[in-house]
Design a binder for this molecule. Structure first.
Ligand code: S3P
Length: 175
């Protein structure tokens, strides 16, 4: 059984939805950013000291380690993890779900962006540019895309579970 991997832009709820989905499925949940921070310290500090290139290399290694989990897990990835082609190759063997989000929702969730160094001094301008660069990659990696909307976390989890296990009655035939 493969892992379920959540990808998508910053602020799309990968960590919260991942945790709720894992609870529902009775699987462990791991978050690549949390794992990174536990091992290497806060991401903004890491960027300042080592730079983004080094961060991306370590992020890839962290993600590869998590995907190699002995138990099928729910794994939330940092928004930029899919930019590494080695990581994308590993995702081919997983069940990958993209959580999408609108600019309006992102603006509410991103705040001043201080915990996300890639957003710099103009967080929403940066968010829009980065989203435009990555959207096609997220979609190409995903087995399932959850469109942006305002539903609750539990409703999002309901939708994912229904789509992972389509009912024979054909209520949900979306792949
Ligand atoms: C990043 C997203 C962040 C974190 C880092 C870089 C990105 O994770 O990995 O700040 O490049 O999109 P979230 O998507 O969980 O915010």
């Amino acid at each position: 059984m493969s892992n379920i991997v959540l990808i998508g832009p910053m602020g799309s709820g990968k960590s919260t939805v991942g945790a709720a989905l894992a609870r529902r499925l009775g699987r462990p949940h791991v978050d690549s950013d949390h794992f990174f921070v536990a091992r290497y310290g806060p991401i903004p500090d890491y960027f300042t000291t080592h730079g983004e290139k080094d961060f991306r290399e370590r992020e890839h290694r962290v993600v590869a380690e998590l995907l190699d989990s002995p138990r099928p897990s729910v794994i939330s990835l940092g928004g930029g993890a899919v930019m590494d082609e080695r990581t994308r190759a590993l995702l081919g063997e997983q069940t990958v779900i993209m959580l999408d989000i609108t600019e309006e929702q992102a603006a509410l969730r991103i705040g001043d962006g201080t915990t996300r160094p890639v957003l710099g001094d103009e967080p929403m301008e940066a968010w829009k540019r980065i989203y435009a660069e990555r959207e096609g990659i997220y979609r190409a990696c995903a087995d399932m895309v959850l469109p942006a909307d305002d539903e609750s976390i539990e409703t999002r989890v309901d939708t994912i579970v229904a789509r992972l296990n389509p009912t024979p009655s054909g209520d949900d035939t979306t792949p």
